[in-house]
Design a binder for this molecule. Structure first.
Ligand code: PEP
Length: 248
């Protein structure tokens, strides 16, 4: 049984007032949700207050990134000891904005994946192809390479601690959502890799890219979609609630 996950990625949005409001509006809606997991990833400055404001709400607070060192001379970075000190329970790694806007290499992403596993934070590992890669028929090899380079065959933590998010780059923040058929096709492909290479068929695979209250059901009805990683529609609690409480 793969418990669905609904994860909010706020990116570089939401200030202190928004954070307080978000958790206030969520109220106790997440408290007794034992058949799904809720994760919220605020930006670094708001991690501490998010941990505090989500206390007793049955929510995991995630960092949107980590520098894969415990501490040291890495100006501008946030490392392992800091995330532990802040009370973070999960980390997003390999988001397409990190890959494409900040030029993160496959090797750096691999280090971050390893570091996340070593620190026992839940990993939300993002993969996704660009429109050009899809249109030229390279989508499957791109996703395969992103997974193969990130995970060593024998470096793999407990099942529930590692989550893959399929986020086609052309669907992120564009309003163009992948059709349930397109998403299902890729999720099935990813599940096969997880099974054949890592013996982890039960890995949860989330879809991300313009998920909204009006398209969540079609996506969640797909056999291999185990939840959503959501940007824009997760910034306000009312909209995020409509996603994790969608009409099944
Ligand atoms: C994301 O940033 O992970 C994302 C999926 O964004 P959006 O929902 O806004 O497309």
């Amino acid at each position: 049984m793969r418990k669905p996950i609904f994860a909010a990625n706020w990116k570089m949005n939401n200030l202190s007032g928004d954070v307080v409001e978000f958790f206030k509006v969520l109220g106790d809606s997440t408290l007794h949700l034992n058949d799904r997991e809720i994760i919220v990833a605020p930006s670094f400055p708001y991690l501490k207050m998010s941990v505090k404001n989500s206390e007793d709400k049955n929510i995991i607070i995630a960092a949107q990134d980590v520098y894969p060192e415990a501490e040291g001379a890495f100006t501008g970075m946030v490392g392992g000891e800091m995330l532990n000190d802040l009370g973070v329970g999960a980390v997003v790694v390999g988001h397409s904005e990190r890959r494409h806007v900040f030029g993160e290499s496959l090797e750096l992403i691999r280090k971050k994946v390893k570091f996340t596993q070593e620190n026992n934070w839940k990993l939300i590992f993002c993969v996704g192809e660009t429109l050009q890669e899809r249109e030229t028929g390279h989508l499957f090899e791109v996703i395969k390479e992103q997974i193969y380079t990130a995970f060593d065959q024998n470096l793999w933590c407990e099942n529930e601690m590692a989550v893959v998010a399929y986020e086609p780059v052309w669907a992120i923040g564009t309003g163009v959502v992948a059709s349930p058929e397109q998403a299902q096709e890729m999720h099935l492909f990813i599940r096969k890799i997880m099974k054949e290479r890592y013996d982890r068929e039960e890995t949860r695979i989330l879809y991300g890219g313009s998920v909204k209250p009006d398209n969540i059901k079609g996506l969640m009805d797909c056999e291999d979609i185990d939840g959503a990683l959501v940007g824009g529609a997760s910034l306000k609690a009312d909209s995020f609630k409509k996603l994790f409480l969608y009409d099944r």
